[in-house]
Design a protein around this ligand. Structure first.
Ligand code: ATP
Ligand code: MG
Length: 586
């Protein structure tokens, strides 16, 4: 392809509504054009990238035995009513709804569990036809509350969605494993660094939900991971281990000491320099709302740790938890905030739960529900009843992994894929059944597996860019190489460019030729860096000696190569570029 014939308009400045690098760079490189909030035209260069991503996805889906089909985007609301999800989607405002001329209610598919279940229910009758995994790659529509970050969170976006149908849980496990393995290969082939993170599987339960996260400092999710075992979890649900303080000694008699004005762990560390925060227990009061009632709960947490409110809420099975306000603290403790504790408790009904980090503590400091004093050398089980223990703390970088002796690291991530064991949630609701070996009618056991094809392009840029522009991984670059005619298209240069271009094509390198006569070499170089071709071949002043420059975009490293060897050198450089990396598993 010749750039002189391509539609590629680059811009010097990013639009004012672009906050993240991928959005800014996609607009500046002429890859996308905004039609409405969260709705974009994918320009010809970006489309090449999206096709390459889709091809990798398709290849790996097929290899895993999944079959491609195409479900309707215009879906009757009736199937959503049958699954029981219609009202939730309408209430959340996420569903784009439309009426047909007869007043029939339709929607633009935000996802396709209902459509696929409806299809399989009428086409699969017997266990003999199972298992089946079906997939499609198609535009999805979601009226996101805050469409933003360009292709990262669109209202119209491309998703590959796959669905597995099995006769039983063991079958589902196998289908899930096959899809998960395909996902790992997909992200490796796309050239991305990623993590497979345990996700909350909500009401479905079990171990059956993982999110694939592309690491990037701009990611919305905070992940902790152990790179020796591959354990990774969203910080919201991550388990960790913390070490007990050493040298706590045998239980000593408890004593109450004056601590005027000391309300925080830092204040108390200053007053008692020989006592570390890990030897203090803070008491944090929560207002806990259940479906049918409300209660006060006191959480005992080691002084150097923090409460993870998601874990607390899950542990209590509550609808919500929130920090008690001052008035509530006064009512429950009978004392001003800052001195709450498990000793001399006024409210006999107050429920206590303690983090597991409190369990091994001996001779610790805590509040007494009296102003300006704290108790020292406190021991639970002796000075107050041993509370129930649970993991309620927020995971932090440097904590011990739950799976090994390694320290946890943290990373920010962008969710690009999600694999999920659904079980019979949809099939049971929609009465989608098959006749099993024993002659009984049973609901399909389902899994669903989504990949954000357009979000992958954005995530790849978030992970791979510099101040000059995009640095595409070789497998998903719009073109892998650009040949730049830097000093005019004189016959010698044009001939050299043509020969290299042909040789690159012959060796399978996707190449574009920058032969624009109206642009300076400087502009061509800037554009090449902005658009992010992995390798650039420059036909410059050395062409007279039969040499050209070959530059690697990521490193900026340039070498002078004989014209006749240029194509082979480009190919070798591309081949040497690393594929993606599953963090913790390589
Ligand atoms: P998120 O939590 O980011 O809103 P989700 O969990 O609702 O996403 P899924 O229903 O699991 O998304 O969809 C599968 C995949 O589709 C996601 O992993 C993500 O890569 C992609 N995706 C979801 N919503 C969008 C969107 N608004 N724009 C672009 N891609 C999206
Ligand atoms: Mg998801």
């Amino acid at each position: 392809m010749r750039l002189s014939k391509c539609l590629l308009q680059t811009l010097r400045d990013a639009p004012s509504d672009a906050e993240v690098p991928s959005h800014k760079l996609m607009v500046r490189a002429g890859l996308i054009h905004k039609a409405a909030a969260g709705v974009y035209t994918y320009g010809p260069f970006l489309w090449r990238t999206l096709v390459k991503i889709s091809t990798i996805v398709r290849d790996e889906m097929d290899r895993a035995g999944a079959q491609e089909l195409l479900l309707p985007q215009l879906q009757p609301q009736e199937i959503w009513a049958r699954s029981g999800r219609l009202q939730t989607y309408l209430d959340a405002g996420i569903m784009f709804t439309v009426k047909d001329r007869k007043g029939g209610d339709f929607c633009l598919g935000p996802t396709a569990e209902e459509a696929i279940t409806d299809f399989v229910a009428t086409n699969v009758r017997s266990y003999k036809q199972l298992p089946q995994t079906l997939y499609q790659s198609q535009t999805k529509f979601r009226d996101e509350f805050r469409p933003r970050f360009g292709l990262m969170r669109g209202r119209e976006f491309i998703m590959k969605d796959a669905y597995s149908f099995d006769a039983d849980d063991a079958g589902l496990d196998a289908s899930y494993r096959a899809m998960r393995a395909a996902y790992v290969r997909i992200f490796e082939r796309c050239g991305l660094e990623f993590l497979a993170v345990q996700a909350d599987s909500g009401d479905i339960g079990g171990s059956g939900s993982e999110e694939f996260m592309v690491t990037a400092s701009t990611g919305e999710d905070l992940i902790v991971y152990d790179d020796t075992t591959g354990y990774a979890a969203n910080v919201e649900k991550a388990e960790t281990r913390v070490e007990a303080p050493s040298h706590m000694g045998d239980p000593l008699p408890m004593h109450v000491e004056p601590t005027p004005g000391d309300k925080s762990v830092e204040d108390l560390c200053r007053r008692f320099p020989r006592l570390s925060a890990a030897r203090m227990v803070k008491t944090i009061l929560y207002r806990v709302v259940h479906r049918d009632r409300e209660e006060d709960v006191a959480v005992l947490m080691r002084g150097d740790q923090d409460v993870n409110e998601v874990k607390l809420k899950n542990h209590l099975g509550a609808a919500s938890v929130e920090l008690a306000d001052e008035a509530r603290v006064r009512r429950v403790t009978g004392c001003e905030p800052g001195y709450a504790g498990p000793l001399e408790v006024k409210d006999g009904k107050l429920r206590f739960v303690a983090d597991t980090s409190v369990e091994p503590l001996r001779n610790f400091l805590c509040g007494v529900n009296r102003p300006d004093v704290h108790a020292l050398d406190v021991n639970h089980g002796r000075d107050f009843p041993t509370p129930p223990f649970a993991d309620l703390r927020r995971a932090r970088e440097g904590d011990l992994s739950p799976r090994s002796e390694a320290r946890l690291k943290t990373a920010r991530g962008i969710e690009v894929g999600h694999v999920f064991k659904l079980g019979t949630k949809y099939s049971a609701a929609m009465d989608a059944c098959f006749l099993d070996r024993d002659g009984k009618k049973k609901p399909f056991v389902m899994g669903c597996y989504g990949i954000g094809v357009s979000r992958i392009a954005a995530a790849a840029i978030e992970q791979n860019h510099d101040d000059k522009g995009i640095v595409w991984p070789r497998a998903i670059a719009p073109y892998q190489a650009v040949v730049v005619l830097a000093r005019g298209n004189d016959p010698v240069a044009a001939d050299a460019a043509g020969r290299i271009y042909d040789a690159l094509h012959a060796s399978g390198v996707d190449t574009v030729l920058d032969d624009r006569e109206d642009q300076s070499a400087g502009v061509k170089f800037k554009d090449a860096e902005l658009v992010g071709y992995p390798v650039r071949v420059t036909i410059g002043k050395h062409v007279a000696e039969g040499k050209v420059e070959v530059t690697v975009r990521r490193t900026g490293g340039t070498e002078l190569v004989p014209l006749t060897e240029a194509a082979a050198r480009v190919k070798a450089l591309l081949d040497a570029m690393p594929s993606g990396r599953h963090v913790g598993r390589s």
